[in-house]
Design a protein around this ligand. Structure first.
Ligand SMILES: [Zn+2]
Length: 158
């Protein structure tokens, strides 16, 4: 038997189409991108998280000469947020990425970051909205992170 998965997401052709709240979060992610430590790839990524207490926390990619020791912007931001506000609910995350200032292609999160996002979405039992974009232009928005990683491995299996 063959089965098919349907995934629903929103696409915006320009940042101007975003809600004020989403646009603000995207701009915070772009600002965070500027201070990324991307010495080896030059591929800078910024992430911004909006908590239910209204706080916005940011992170960016942190590279290392020992490549696997570095960390993506998404995980830098989410670990920072939860380390400081362990009881807060994450409402949404925005990610802005690109090597070039004129990159307009959305850059989706890696598998490891999807796994981490799912851990916290599962823990808080409330969806985390997730937006990703390049330096301008198109934005992809998911209403929940579980749509980013079907057949998730989670704690219920342990
Ligand atoms: Zn990642």
């Amino acid at each position: 038997m063959i089965k098919t998965l349907d995934v629903t997401y929103e696409e915006y052709l320009t940042w101007d189409e975003l809600s004020p709240e989403d646009l603000n979060l995207v701009k915070e992610a772009r600002r965070a991108r500027e201070s990324a430590y991307a010495k080896y790839s030059q591929f800078k990524v910024g992430a911004a998280i909006l908590l239910d207490n209204g706080k916005i926390l940011t992170g960016n990619n942190q590279e290392n000469a020992a490549y696997p020791s570095g960390l993506c912007a998404e995980r830098t931001a989410i670990f920072y947020a939860i380390a400081n506000y362990p009881l807060a609910i994450i409402r949404k995350m925005a990610v802005v990425a690109g090597k070039e200032e004129d990159n307009s292609e959305p850059v989706s999160p890696c598998g490891a970051c999807r796994q981490v996002l799912l851990e916290y979405e599962s823990r808080q039992k409330k969806p985390i909205e997730f937006l990703f974009t390049g330096m301008k232009g198109r934005v992809i928005k998911f209403s929940k992170c579980s749509d980013l990683l079907p057949f998730t491995f989670d704690g219920s299996l342990l």
